[in-house]
Design a protein around this ligand. Structure first.
Ligand code: SF4
Ligand code: SF4
Length: 206
């Protein structure tokens, strides 16, 4: 994939410092760009930026590029990169930390939308339903119209059941989702506080 040159002007040191201060960011400055994480990643070919590039972009404070990349949504959290990094950097956890920041920043792309729909379906039913996922996602993504013939062929072969295979008891699962939502909300508020721009004091020198 041809990538655009990333400009020095788009660096945001506050974003970099925010990430580096977290437990997951501690070792990021030690990344030696060996690429073991990218070589271990089963889905890097689908990503805008590989995990190696993402770590480098965080080092540089390229906030917008990081938060708008599809990398943070494509990641399957398989942990291969985190297990194999010779410097003990944990790209999986970095990505998990970046997702709520992207949501709090109002990043909207098709991968973020799919993630939100997937979480909604699983949170409600306890299991993923291909039919619900595809139908809900199609309402949000007009491009999905191109997939109609494929969807119909799956349906004709019985591969797209309309019935939803629900978990019997979803109470505990709902409690987990509620707790995760509260944690995410708390993290976003904390982040807003950290990023608050101090206002000049009255009478202070300009
Ligand atoms: S494996 Fe670790 S040190 Fe190597 S590029 Fe990835 S994050 Fe950096
Ligand atoms: S955890 Fe994510 S980024 Fe790391 S190897 Fe797996 S899919 Fe790739």
């Amino acid at each position: 994939m041809k990538k655009e040159a990333l400009l020095a002007e788009s660096r945001d040191p506050a974003f970099r410092d925010l990430i580096l201060k977290t437990p997951v960011g501690e070792k990021i400055p030690t990344c030696m760009q060996c690429g073991i994480c990218a070589g271990s990643c089963p889905v890097s070919h689908e990503m805008d930026y590989t995990p190696r590039e993402l770590v480098r972009m965080v080092q540089l404070g390229l906030k917008q590029e990081v938060l708008n990349s599809n990398t943070i949504w494509i990641c399957t959290t398989c942990f291969s990169c985190s297990v194999r990094c010779p410097r003990g950097i944990r790209p999986t956890e970095l990505i998990e930390a970046l997702r709520p920041i992207a949501i709090a920043e109002g990043v909207k792309n098709k991968n973020a939308r799919f993630d939100s729909i997937f979480s909604g379906v699983v949170g409600k039913n306890g299991r993923a339903s291909e039919f619900l996922l595809i139908s809900k996602y199609s309402l949000k993504e007009p491009e999905m119209i191109k997939q109609v013939p494929f969807g119909l062929s799956l349906f004709a072969k019985g591969k797209l059941p309309l019935s939803i295979d629900k978990m019997e008891d979803t109470q505990e699962l709902k409690a987990i989702f509620k707790m995760a939502g509260k944690k995410q909300e708390g993290e976003s508020k904390e982040k807003e506080k950290t990023q608050e721009i101090p206002q000049p004091q009255e009478g202070a020198e300009k």
